[in-house]
Design a protein around this ligand. Structure first.
Ligand code: FMN
Length: 391
């Protein structure tokens, strides 16, 4: 039976699935529900020294793109310490605390982290990622993703935290600001025990085009942009997991964005993550998605002969090369005529002239010489009847 347990920079978890910091981790009832569904580690909702946003959440959701979060209430320090202490007593969860100090007051980061550690936190996760704390006055803002785009500032905060607590310190980075790799290296040098990367950018919500372009946040037509989470971000997240895994070989690494299925988690691990955080899919589908993810990973590992997570970790990194080193084998599409239903979806692509109907055989066929080898048809086919073959 495959061993799903991981030790991420000193954080021991029985499996690699964590729930990311969010409303899912802001209440004891939800932490218990996560645990009942097989989760063994959570990142508690962002705790801030001075919680200003007291309103209801403001999210724009669409299942094809994920959520644009322009506002979400955080925990204040007392509520967070109370939640952590209770979760420590009433669950076996590994408790990571996502937090930031007060703007411009470095010592408050350490103070808050120390209080959370005393309350029972197993690790502190520095919030260098929240896009909602971005400000137009970029020089004066010192929190969230603004801070997370400044390698020197992140190093200072990380070093302060390393002095303040004994538990592992996680730097939670995002991709806004274009400085992710420099920030990761600066945090590592300042002593961060674990990197956590998710692909996050500030994005616009949908707008009501029949109402003068008002924002589609429920009840809030005038709003602001927000942090974009969910399915759109998975491949970008994988790219950064791989970049960090290559830049900091062997360093403890949590990753993941837009994850909904077990095979997607395996992909993250093969790009170099030891554990993943999931949020949006659970927010709209429920904790019930977790058991099939765990079963799927275990079944895959048993079937493929991977005895533990570490033996799968980073396998894809060997396949990443520089663009100048790329070698191209010619490929062509091949249609399994028994599976093809003749739906014609593969014939709609303007750049492709290779797939045509053969009136005699009454089947769709590929003219190999005309095939570009792009693979669009294989992706478009609803029956997986098309595969790409090396010529
Ligand atoms: C409603 C909502 C609230 C979130 N709140 C926080 C937060 O307080 N702190 C944080 O670091 N990340 C926060 N996140 C980001 C998630 O923890 C996670 O990193 C991100 O959503 C990517 O994973 P996903 O695509 O599975 O949602 C939030 C995400 C959502 C959707």
């Amino acid at each position: 039976m495959a061993d799903l347990s991981v030790n991420v920079g000193g954080l021991k978890m029985r499996n690699p699935i964590m729930i990311g910091s969010s409303p899912l981790t802001a209440k004891i009832e939800l932490l218990k529900e996560a645990e009942e569904n097989g989760v063994t580690a959570v990142s508690i909702k962002h705790t801030m020294m001075h919680q200003k946003f007291k309103a209801q959440p403001r999210w724009y959701f669409n299942k094809d793109i994920g959520i644009v979060v322009s506002g979400d209430p955080r925990l204040d320090p007392d509520a967070a310490c109370e939640l952590v202490a209770r979760a420590k007593r009433e669950t076996d969860l590994t408790l990571v605390c996502n937090m930031s100090g007060a703007p411009g007051m470095l010592h408050t980061w350490g103070e808050l982290a120390s209080n959370l550690e005393q309350a029972g936190a197993d690790a502190i996760e520095l919030n260098f990622n929240c896009p909602n704390l971005l400000s137009a006055e970029i020089k004066t803002a010192v929190q969230g993703a603004n801070l997370g785009a400044d390698p020197e500032a992140c190093a200072i905060v990380t070093a302060e935290l390393k002095k303040a607590v004994k538990i592992p310190v996680i730097a939670k980075l995002n991709t806004e600001g274009g400085m992710t790799m420099k920030v990761a290296k600066a945090c590592e040098q300042a002593g961060a025990d674990i990197m956590n990367i998710h692909a996050g950018y500030r994005a616009a919500p949908g707008i009501d085009i029949y109402n003068g372009g008002a924002f589609l946040f429920p009840g809030t037509p005038r709003g602001n942009f927000g942090g974009h989470t969910g399915v759109w971000s998975r491949m970008i997240s994988n790219r950064f997991i791989a970049d960090i895994a290559r830049a900091l070989p062997g360093h403890a690494l949590i990753g993941g964005s837009g994850l909904e299925r077990w095979d997607q988690v395996v992909e993250c691990i093969m790009f170099g993550a030891q554990a993943v955080q999931i949020c949006t899919a659970v927010l709209y589908k429920g904790f019930g998605i977790i058991p099939p993810i765990l079963e799927g990973i275990a079944g895959f590992m048993d079937e493929q002969g991977y005895k533990d997570i570490e033996s799968m970790r980073g396998l894809s990194l060997a396949y990443i090369i520089e663009p100048s080193q790329m070698e191209y084998a010619n490929v062509a599409a091949s249609i399994d005529t028994a599976t093809c239903t003749g739906c014609k979806k593969c014939t709609k692509m303007p750049t492709c002239t290779a797939i045509n109907y053969n009136g005699e055989s009454k089947k769709y066929e590929v003219t190999r010489e005309d095939c570009l080898g792009c693979g669009l048809c294989a992706g478009v086919c609803p029956r997986q009847a098309i595969s790409m073959k090396v010529m």
